[in-house]
Design a binder for this molecule. Structure first.
Ligand code: CTP
Length: 327
């Protein structure tokens, strides 16, 4: 990096487990929270499975998946894999970090000491607001108790969608349903893909990358509502419609998101979106001849069924983890 490219370097670390939007929101908030005139450079340090197991209990997503999901976040510049659970000054210095950012929940080491005391003492600690309504613990609860009622207020999620959309450069339009029309300035070469995007994992990031590459321009992504997901997969999604949309907006391979996207989009919807290519991953798709259908290999995807299997295979460990978290 030359002097003219000088940036304020920010560090966030954590487990970044289960691909949920609170982690992306912490990174997003870090963009604007630090006192800096310069553009920021964000480095995310991610703990290994062994570190999480030792300090917290088993993670839901494996380490490779956790590293690759956060690497797919549009606001992340660099990912450091396998960082110690307790942040070390030497690590921060190694990456020339100006500020450490963390959510406003206390983070204590095994002896009850504040993990970020050194950064606070040096005036290099900035707190972001923890995102309410989601955590890895709450997702494990959803897996263990699928019939328990979930918090269903949509307004905070809509607000967050607006914030995510506006924090992207250029902004990521988030539109709804059959009457969706993209802004005039949206790039002309447009491919579309759609799906559930539940349990957003490394496979989803890779799938979106492949879809965008195949389309050769911008990628519009349709997200099915909960009823459509249930109809297609035979079970309720782990994350609700707007929660799944948030995972899309933060992803660096996505240029626009369409909510309540139909399972089989009409030709009028595709033409009002100005789509020239539809990208599919093996499923057949009947489109008008004016729409080109591109079929791309689908990488292995994270699913509720796989996560349920993992939790039930280590039930005692997961239950102990939940108990320690007061779930
Ligand atoms: N974070 C947040 N809001 C949440 C969950 C996490 O702002 N609801 C922030 C944390 O404060 C931290 C970063 O996301 O700065 C990574 O957190 P991580 O250690 O991965 O997660 P936890 O705090 O343990 O939360 P979770 O149970 O969701 O894994």
């Amino acid at each position: 990096m030359t002097t003219s490219e000088k940036r304020t370097r920010i560090w966030l670390d954590g487990c970044f487990d289960s691909g949920h939007f609170a982690h992306f929101n912490a990174v997003r908030q870090a963009l604007t929270l630090v006192p800096s005139e310069l553009p920021v450079h964000i480095t995310v340090g991610v703990h290994s499975d062994a570190e999480i197991l030792k300090n917290k209990g088993p993670p839901l997503f494996g380490e490779r998946e956790r590293y690759d999901v956060i690497r797919g976040c549009r606001w992340v510049d660099q990912v450091v894999e396998d960082v110690p659970y307790v942040t070390q000054l030497s690590t921060i210095d190694q990456y020339n970090i100006d500020f450490v950012v963390h959510g406003d929940d206390p983070v204590l080491d095994a002896d009850g000491n504040d993990c970020y005391a050194f950064a606070k003492a040096a005036g290099r600690y900035v707190e972001c607001k923890r995102t309410a309504g989601i955590s890895t613990t709450s997702l494990i609860e959803r897996i263990l108790h699928p019939d328990k009622p979930r918090i269903s207020s949509e307004e905070p999620l809509r607000e967050l969608l607006r914030a995510f959309s506006q924090s992207a450069t250029p902004n990521v339009p988030v539109l709804t349903g059959e009457k969706a029309v993209l802004p005039e300035e949206f790039p002309a070469t447009r491919a579309l893909t759609c799906g559930a995007w539940d349990c957003f994992g490394a496979g989803h990031v890779e799938l979106l990358r492949r879809a965008r590459e195949a389309g050769g321009g911008s990628l519009i992504v349709g997200v099915w509502d909960d009823a459509t997901v249930e109809e297609v997969t035979g079970e309720k999604p782990l994350l609700a419609h707007l929660e799944r949309a948030l995972a899309l907006v933060q992803c660096r391979h996505v240029d626009a998101v369409i909510l309540h996207f139909p399972r089989t989009p009409s030709l009028s919807l595709l033409s009002s979106l100005g789509v020239s290519n539809v990208v599919t991953f093996g499923e057949t798709y009947d489109a008008d001849t004016s729409i080109k259908v591109l079929t791309v290999d689908c990488p292995p995807l994270q699913t509720v069924a796989l996560l349920r299997e993992k939790v039930h295979a280590q039930l005692q460990l997961f239950e102990d983890r939940q108990r320690r978290k007061g779930a």
